[in-house]
Design a protein around this ligand. Structure first.
Ligand SMILES: [Zn+2]
Length: 464
């Protein structure tokens, strides 16, 4: 789902990106995230009482400061901080406007990892945003389940974090719920521990690196299915797990059944699947749109009808694992890179299964777009247009225009090398522009600039 050419690297020892007033003015959510530190890992221990809708949390955050500082700034909304420590020493806590400020006694040194422990809790709920309520929510008739759908800024509804799309980290989740409830989270289940008080702790780990908005936990009563698939000949097998409420099992089982084939098709087109597992969770609630949580996409009950009516979205969310999750965004203004690629992948899937090919679908989409107002620069559409469907469709048409101009061989090499070069990192539109020119071996200014930076809709170029 999201122009300097700043790139974050693949974790490790890189310094945090520095902020500038000009960059801050361009950001769509300037009050989210901090440039004062870079996160290495989140270790989230969450006790959740579904009856009361109450969460008791302990977040252990390992991070690196950008410069000498005594202040750590985190995002957390609607929940109370009970106590906090940095490197084992109690620190002063101040709250303001969805922020938690920790003040240490001794300054933190740049490039020196520190550990912040935050004990917090309350009754989490979705945050009010320009895109509607986003974040943690309760599900089911009896409200005994929970969901997380955080894109773009819902993560602070359930854990203290550095809520920037380019601050990627490893995650461990240890979630305790009453026996009989299930827990799903990103990554792989590492264990279940029964406690004497009738609760069960479920531990998941995902090495990531993962942006905050893609982190997700689901609790409730689910039917599960797991299998292991060969995504590519000779490649690492990918464990696939799906979960859905029992009353949706038949429809969901049918509608998700071609995920292995989609993963294989996209592995063939985009390169090796970038993570250690994949899966889909269907929640007992209607969702406006599915969300491509890393390794665990979420769908609403309204996306499963037993007829594969929404299979394009199943393919779309899988494509995001490469484009959006593995290659993320330096900031939300570049969202066409996520949505254009995932929408184009829908067309490639259609072609793969012998339905309309990408060229037919692109020309249909272009005709439909040409009848609509052209008031968006998709490379920086403005915050209120972040999820405007014209970004998705024109973004995909932009890729098709590129394919027509450079030819299939160069285009598919570009899709793979774009992911391969930036996997685990974050990128932006200018970087893509440069990458496309480099791969094609020629200037693409006259082609790409109008598609990305002008409002007027360009014509498709002649095919090479
Ligand atoms: Zn999407």
């Amino acid at each position: 789902m999201t122009a300097a050419t700043a790139l974050s690297g693949r974790g490790g020892g890189r310094a945090p990106a520095r902020d500038t007033p000009a960059a801050a003015r361009r950001r769509y959510f300037p009050r989210h995230g901090s440039y004062g530190h870079r996160t290495l890992s989140y270790d989230l221990r969450l006790d959740y009482d579904p009856g009361e809708g109450r969460l008791d949390g302990h977040a252990r955050i390992q991070a690196v400061a950008a410069e000498h500082t005594r202040r750590v700034e985190l995002d957390l909304a609607g929940l109370t901080v009970h106590a906090a420590e940095v490197d084992g020493r109690p620190v002063a806590v101040h709250r303001r406007d969805g922020k938690v400020f920790l003040t240490t006694g001794e300054p933190l040194a740049p490039a020196q990892p520190f550990v912040a422990d935050i004990r917090y809790g309350g009754s989490p709920g979705p945050l009010r945003t320009p895109f509607g309520p986003i974040g943690w929510d309760r599900t089911g008739d009896g409200h005994d389940g929970t969901l997380v759908a955080s894109q773009p800024v819902g993560a602070p509804s359930w854990f203290p974090c550095n809520d920037r799309p380019d601050d990627k980290a490893a995650y461990t989740f240890e979630v305790r719920v009453p026996r009989g409830h299930h827990v799903l989270a990103n990554g792989t289940l590492h264990g279940r521990e029964e406690h004497d008080d009738g609760t069960v702790g479920w531990t998941y780990h995902h090495p990531g690196p993962m942006a905050t908005y893609l982190a997700a936990v689901y609790t409730g009563r689910f039917a599960h299915e797991t299998q292991t698939i060969e995504a590519s000949p000779g490649g690492s097998p990918v464990p696939l797990r799906n979960a859905y409420p029992a009353h949706l099992a038949a429809a969901a089982r049918h509608d998700l059944a071609r995920q292995p084939e989609i993963l294989r098709a996209f592995t063939g087109l985009f390169g090796p699947y970038p993570f250690e597992s994949y899966g889909a969770v269907v929640v007992d609630a209607e969702l406006g749109a599915p969300v491509e949580n890393q390794t665990l996409s979420v769908f609403g009950s309204n996306h499963m009808d037993g007829n594969r009516s929404w299979e394009t979205l199943v393919a779309h969310e899988i494509a995001h694992q490469w484009y959006g999750n593995s290659v993320g965004l330096t900031d939300w203004q570049h969202i066409w890179l996520n949505e254009g690629f995932a929408t184009y992948a829908e067309w490639l899937w259609s072609e793969h299964i012998g339905e309309d090919d990408a060229d037919t679908l692109a020309r249909e989409a272009w005709r439909e777009l040409s009848g609509r107002r052209q008031n968006l620069r998709i490379a920086d559409p403005g915050r209120r247009h972040l999820f405007d469907d014209r970004i998705y469709v024109r973004g995909a048409c932009t890729l098709h225009a590129l394919r027509l101009a450079v030819g299939d061989e160069s285009f598919f090499r570009l899709l793979r090398s774009w992911h391969d070069t930036h996997r685990g990192g974050s990128a932006d539109t200018r970087t893509f522009f440069t990458h496309a020119e480099h791969t094609a071996g020629r200037r693409l200014q006259d082609l790409l600039h109008p598609w990305l930076f002008d409002k007027r809709l360009p014509e498709f170029p002649a095919s090479t």
